[in-house]
Ligand binder design. Structure first.
Ligand SMILES: [Zn+2]
Length: 254
């Protein structure tokens, strides 16, 4: 295998973040420049992109020929035979690789913009709920009261964790909307800080194709994941470790 060390090694761990639009612009530009000259890394990035159906997305913008698409999917299809996949992608003309990397860049930028949009809307909901006269519509620390309250108000059900022995307190919940999609907004308290938990159905807009993971901003930390057909967001002005701890309780209960 060529390039087991050197520039490829440097980018190895950053490929997923790149495809998810999570690299800073200097790293993204560096990796983009690298895959323009390195067929092997271009192939790896392509496989990741393919898995995220982003080639379709880029394809809509760049309208690659059917022949180009065939060749790309053939290269990806022979993934187990790594050597031959590598050799065959070398045969893809440099122009195709450049088109691909432009498509990946566009996809990464769109992903990043989309994510910022979703999170800024959720941060607004979080702040608005806490600023309101009654942050929650069902005021209860008992999950057995809060969960059934949502029945008939939102088009899905969910489970909530038992909090005994944890530092978190459930304050209650309210129905919320993200891009006209109804969901549950739960508010937990931790050492006088409020943490919002949002639960939506994980289909279509607005959460489709949103990468799961952690987000740190100056004002809050957040985590999102998909589970049992639902999309969870945990967000608050607390440390990342606290967000992770509450996320784990929710994950284990779901
Ligand atoms: Zn490389």
């Amino acid at each position: 295998m060529p390039d087991e060390h050197g520039p490829c090694e440097q980018w190895r761990e950053k490929r997923d973040a790149y495809v998810d639009g999570e690299l800073d612009s200097a790293d993204a530009a560096g990796l983009a420049a690298h895959i323009r000259v390195c067929a092997r890394c271009a192939n790896d990035v392509l496989e990741r992109v393919q898995m995220k159906r982003s080639v379709q997305l880029a394809g809509k913008r760049f309208a690659p020929s059917a022949e180009f698409r065939n060749r790309i999917s053939k290269n990806v299809a022979v993934r187990p035979a790594r050597k031959s996949a590598w050799l065959s992608i070398v045969a893809v003309p440099a122009l195709s690789v450049i088109i691909l990397s432009a498509g990946v860049n566009l996809y990464a930028r769109k992903q990043s913009e989309h994510r910022q949009l979703v999170y800024s809307e959720l941060a607004d909901l979080h702040v608005a709920a806490l600023a309101g006269a009654s942050p929650v519509d069902v005021v209860s620390s008992d999950r057995h009261t809060v969960k059934p309250w949502f029945q008939g108000r939102i088009p899905f059900t969910f489970n909530l964790p038992e909090l005994q022995g944890s530092e978190f307190t459930l304050l209650g919940g309210r129905v919320t909307y993200l891009a006209q999609t109804p969901g549950a907004h739960l508010i937990y308290q931790l050492r006088k800080h409020e943490i919002s938990v949002f639960i939506f159905q994980d289909r279509g807009e607005p959460t489709a194709d949103l990468p799961a993971g952690t987000l740190h901003t100056l004002s809050f930390n957040a985590e999102n994941w998909r589970q049992n057909g639902l999309r969870y967001f945990v967000l608050g002005e607390v440390g990342a470790a606290d967000i992770k701890a509450l996320s784990k309780l929710l994950r284990d209960a779901a």
